[in-house]
Design a protein around this ligand. Structure first.
Ligand SMILES: [Zn+2]
Length: 258
């Protein structure tokens, strides 16, 4: 992520009159998930003080005696999971999509969707069966590849981003995707936007199953259109569309958000 892999502290540190500044020169724009991590890093760095009289050495900050121990590492992991756990109900279960789609989203985060890679690692898929993605036949079918990064899926995402008229950098993991999606749109649009993400990963999954179990290759533009219409139907059932027609939503999603 950094502009140069090997940077000297002297090149990224600026010592002002009163405080230190860190110029990390990132090569890529930050996703929302990474942006919050970068803010945490900045807070951490702002507490750092350079002392001329002390030489550099590695230190394990979790321990009072500066040396690594498994017990301290476990303590850190337990504390961090306590901090992040309360956010999950909001990101996954706070959505207004049907419950089966929330459950699917949750299982994807827990690496429990039965894609070929998961089945092979659990010794369920026979070793002579290919683990390659059914669409590109190049990459291993992992959850992230199938739902987010495969060329086939990427075209669907690209269509949806054009529809919302936004530029989006697809995060690496499904966890980052979930956070970025949840916090990735303004308040007015957020209810509808939040439904689109989980609805799309579900649509990609069912299209993949259609190929494998029914031999039916879905047309990408149909997948996109059906996803838009399904979300409109869910919003309509929740009385969120205020008399607007589906074609208005298809033309410009923001018109529904006014
Ligand atoms: Zn693929």
């Amino acid at each position: 992520m950094a502009w140069k892999r090997k940077n000297w502290i002297a090149t990224i540190l600026s010592i002002g009159a009163r405080q230190l500044g860190w110029y990390l020169h990132l090569a890529l724009p930050l996703s929302n998930f990474n942006f919050s991590k970068m803010q945490e890093l900045n807070v951490l760095l702002s507490k750092f003080r350079l002392v001329d009289s002390v030489g550099d050495h590695l230190t394990w900050a979790a321990s009072p005696i500066d040396s690594y121990s498994i017990a301290d590492a476990v303590k850190i992991l337990v504390q961090s999971s306590k901090i992040e756990a309360p956010m999950w109900p909001k990101v996954i279960w706070g959505n207004i999509v049907p419950s089966k789609i929330m459950v699917f989203h949750w299982l994807a985060i827990k690496n429990s969707i039965p894609v070929k890679d998961v089945l092979a690692k659990r010794k369920i898929l026979p070793s002579n069966v290919s683990t390659l993605c059914v669409w590109c036949m190049v990459e291993v079918e992992t959850i992230e590849h199938l739902l987010l990064h495969c060329k086939w899926s990427s075209c669907i995402w690209a269509d949806l981003f054009r529809w919302w008229n936004i530029r989006w950098i697809m995060p690496r993991s499904i966890i980052e995707f979930s956070f970025d999606w949840y916090y990735g749109m303004g308040i007015k649009a957020s209810k509808f936007w939040k439904m689109i993400g989980p609805a799309t990963i579900w649509a990609i999954w069912t299209a993949r199953n259609d190929v494998i179990f029914n031999g039916k290759l879905a047309c990408r533009s149909n997948v996109v259109r059906n996803t838009k219409l399904k979300v409109f139907l869910w919003a309509s059932n929740l009385k969120l569309v205020h008399g607007l027609q589906a074609y208005v939503w298809e033309q410009n999603p923001f018109l529904l958000c006014i």
